[in-house]
Design a protein around this ligand. Structure first.
Ligand SMILES: [Zn+2]
Length: 429
């Protein structure tokens, strides 16, 4: 006897007509024509069922603060940082918690159940850290939240940042962050990478740095990050977020850099929505895209996962917690439109990100956690194209969100009365 059976599902690996049997909080059977009874059943005929979406790079302390204290007029990263500096020093813990919880409500309806958030540790009061630790506890039944201590104003550049980062880690923040390209000089950026990797090694923590988020072809902190990763034996536990300078680097140099990153097993986290919005701002025309070299990094065997980064905050006025929107942008900016390309992009929103975050029991095999999402799409390619509704979101075997399918009604003589955008327009391949 099962608690729940999801019937007749299409899986991300291409299997169709599969039944998923759940007992308690675990998946215990994944097979066709599962002959068993369950207390509850979900009919997923012709629908894609996937493990939950995973966002490995977000800013939960700033989300939904758009317009506070005023809008970002220039739309640049630097004005965004200045605005956030003003907001951060005035925001109360209650406001920060309330905004984060509201974002998480939205995330759940989008099937986004794992989030890694950077938390700004620049203000010595660390109200942001207190608030995000409270959020992490409150949402634990439905979202796994990892927190990164992020010295946003610079580890050396901002007075008090060294002490504040240590205190944040003492308070229970999970991961060591950094922002070497924002330090005063390349030399101080290099030194910050070394110091922060040393802290991670001493404390036994992972590292996730905003790294080379610039169009400067000579911003090369990722080289230092990879080297220090190897030096401190942190292979596989270090993430380099953004890496946009790699877009502009010399090709010969990159041919040496990528194998070094592979040796260090760096997890690469591009943020396509934010990168295409913020990079290339100093260019006239032609304008650079400013996203890192996704295809080449994938080809070299590196683990690539995409982050949403921002939703309605001082840096980005858009966003809806939909990781498929992130993947949709990645397809365009990385020019990865082939069928196999898109499958790799879908992995970068799910299994690759789960690896980056070290999530245990993630997947759709017997023994995995009963966390899954039913989408109004036939397969992963259609999901990326349509960004469809999440018909059911299941966490630990329980349905925690539902959406109605998006159906268009037509009132045209001689034409169909209803249209299911996915089902009725699927290509024959
Ligand atoms: Zn970020």
């Amino acid at each position: 006897m099962f608690d729940l059976i999801v019937r007749n599902a299409n899986l991300p690996d291409g299997r169709t007509g599969v039944d998923i049997g759940i007992a308690g909080k675990k998946i215990v059977a994944v097979e066709r024509n599962l002959e068993a009874q369950a207390k509850d059943e979900i009919d997923a005929t012709g629908r894609l069922v996937t493990p939950p979406f995973v966002d490995p790079h977000f800013h939960m302390d700033a989300t939904l603060s758009l317009g506070l204290p005023r809008m970002n007029v220039s739309g640049t990263l630097l004005e965004g940082i200045a605005l956030w500096g003003e907001l951060r020093s005035n925001a109360t813990k209650e406001e920060l918690v309330d905004r984060a919880l509201r974002y998480c409500d939205l995330a759940v309806t989008q099937g986004l159940l794992f989030i890694r958030s950077h938390v700004d540790t620049s203000d010595p009061k660390l109200v942001t850290v207190e608030a995000m630790i409270e959020v992490r506890e409150k949402i634990a039944p439905y979202i796994d939240l990892q927190l990164v201590a992020f010295p946003q104003d610079g580890y050396y550049r901002s007075s008090g940042a060294i002490d504040a980062l240590d205190r944040a880690l003492d308070m229970g923040v999970d991961i060591v962050g950094g922002i070497p390209h924002f330090e005063r000089t390349m030399g101080e950026g290099t030194a910050s990478v070394e110091a922060l990797c040393r802290i991670a090694a001493d404390r036994g923590l992972p590292v996730d740095m905003h790294c080379d988020e610039t169009d400067d072809p000579l911003s090369r902190h990722i080289e230092t990050l990879a080297t220090q990763t190897i030096r401190f034996g942190l292979e596989g536990r270090v993430a380099g977020s953004h890496l946009t300078s790699m877009h502009s680097m010399d090709n010969y140099y990159v041919s040496k850099l990528i194998p070094l990153m592979a040796e260090a097993q760096i997890n690469v986290i591009p943020n396509p929505l934010i990168n295409i919005m913020l990079q290339g701002r100093h260019d006239t025309y032609p304008k650079r895209r400013g996203m890192t070299r996704i295809r080449e990094l994938m080809d070299a065997g590196l683990n690539i996962s995409f982050g949403h980064d921002c939703v309605m905050d001082p840096w980005y006025s858009m966003g809806s917690g939909d990781m498929l929107e992130v993947g949709h942008m990645a397809i365009h900016v990385a020019q990865m439109a082939g069928i196999e390309d898109k499958k790799r992009i879908f992995d970068a929103l799910t299994v690759n990100s789960a690896k980056t975050m070290g999530i245990e029991g993630y997947g759709l095999e017997p023994g995995c956690n009963a966390d899954l999402v039913v989408l109004q799409a036939r397969d992963t390619l259609e999901a990326l194209r349509l960004k469809p509704n999440r018909l059911a979101v299941i966490r630990c075997g329980k349905t925690i969100a539902r959406s109605e399918p998006r159906i268009g009604e037509l009132f045209l003589e001689g034409r169909p009365a209803k249209i299911d955008g996915g089902r009725d327009y699927a290509p024959r391949h």
